[in-house]
Design a binder for this molecule. Sequence first.
Ligand SMILES: Cc1cc2nc3c(=O)[nH]c(=O)nc-3n(C[C@H](O)[C@H](O)[C@H](O)COP(=O)(O)OP(=O)(O)OC[C@H]3O[C@@H](n4cnc5c(N)ncnc54)[C@H](O)[C@@H]3O)c2cc1C
Length: 512
Amino acid sequence: MTERVQVLVVGAGLGGLSASLFLAREGVDVLTVERHAGTSVHSRAAGQNWRTMELFHWAGIDREVLEVSPRASQGLRITVATSLAGRVLHQLMEDGSEFDVSASTTLPAGMAGQDVVEPILLAHAEKAGARVRFRTELVDLTQDDDGVAATLRHRDSGEETVVRADYVVAADGGRSGIRQRLGIGTTGMDALSHCLGVVFDADLGDRVRPGVTDLFYLQHPDFTAGLVNTDVPNRYVFAPDYFPDRGESPADFDHDRLVSMIRAATDLPELAPEIVWTGSWEIAARLADSFRSGRVFLIGDAAKVTPPTGGQGGNTAVGDGADIAWKLAAVLRGEAGPALLDTYEAERKPIARMIIDTSLHNMKQRMHPDLDVSGLTEPEDMLNAVLGFRYRSTAVLAEEPDDGARVEDIHAPSGRPGFRAPGLESTVDLLGHSWVLLCTGGEWDRAAADVAAETGIRLECHVLDDIASRYGLTAGGASLVRPDGIVAWRAKEPVEDPAGELWRVLTAVLSR
Ligand SMILES: Cc1cc2nc3c(=O)[nH]c(=O)nc-3n(C[C@H](O)[C@H](O)[C@H](O)COP(=O)(O)OP(=O)(O)OC[C@H]3O[C@@H](n4cnc5c(N)ncnc54)[C@H](O)[C@@H]3O)c2cc1C
């Protein structure tokens, strides 16, 4: 008999596991398949930005993530230099205290590696009811008007089964087989650069600041490389570029050559680093032409691959997962019309473009001064991109006039529709679970209860005294916040018919 699920998630990386967790918490029947035997063994994405931690807070896992982020509270230094003791070309960040996010969120950022975050996401996704099958890969997928038929193969037994799903979330990574199968192209730069990842143990003394995350971009006369400390004392990642167009390959970098490069990078000519792991990867900047085909949605690296100079690939994979999850849940519950699902691409693709372009500008500054950035959009301040991003779609009733900006200054959040609802001490635990109407008084409470009862939409109302200025309301105004913490609409002042207004707004933004 064909197995049926509401949502099939393909890939159990940061994107897929986040989608699984958020879907399961919404009560959606979700099956996740992953071709590998377990979660990521490499730390790769180290760092959870404040938006990710807000989403994790609402999913109930932020504390656990912080517990495995020993360096989270101790700061971040980012230096562009010729070597660790060489000439400093740019001091991009001194210790992270430059990050004043207090007007926008009260939650801390995390600094945990992907290898320790994924098991937390997995455990909580399963606890919330998601079924996750490892060593199981999707090998075929067809769709019709009613659903998707996915053929899954167990990698040990070779046994194939067909699962029928209402929707599929393709979280199958940068080389997404599903994206290719659907014939969705990509634009961008495939092999921007190639680099090695070399994990080594050594005592670098005071070359590296203990406690903080100390990230170096090295423009050494003989090579370009990244170097960063890890959570393990005296363990570092060294990531030098190599150049296939000059005939180079990872095989050319034997132990002795790597040791001499590490000595040159650290200015410690006698150093005897112990190399514990090496790998290689390609840095790309790739955006899928479409984030959706019918009932299949691309998220994370399947939708876009961004250079690591910005640290947002994994964070935006989590953001994609959260976005598609609440929308699928709303449609599957019958709260929203199917057109709500069109807003996934409308909202997430511009974010992906902004993150890719900003990371490419960073790459030019930090590693590759000759990188051609003409034709890209202007870089945004990464803090504004992370916390002050703006959505434009039918799931937001924007206010006119639109200033055209992609982001707002996180030191002065405006509370305008399309932006994150400012995360205050008083609001952070109220948001993220349902639609929330935040108001300063008036008739809103009763109106929200009536509309919730009539429509079945999960809508709560909270009267708060302290939100007026941050949310841009006068006395008696109200702000309607979506389940993902984005302001959908606001009435700056009291309105005559609050229930009627709420009804009108929810009908519009949920495509009912
Ligand atoms: C060296 C490095 C450093 C990075 N640093 C950062 C950073 O500091 N911050 C940050 O935010 N991001 C960083 N990233 C990016 C981050 O790792 C990725 O953006 C993130 O892993 C994307 O998550 P994902 O779930 O979309 O894809 P992935 O993690 O690639 O997961 C995709 C999964 O799908 C599975 N899969 C594929 N096809 C199938 C199939 N047919 N059936 C079943 N399963 C399948 C794969 O096995 C894989 O597990 C870094 C990446 C690298 C390589």
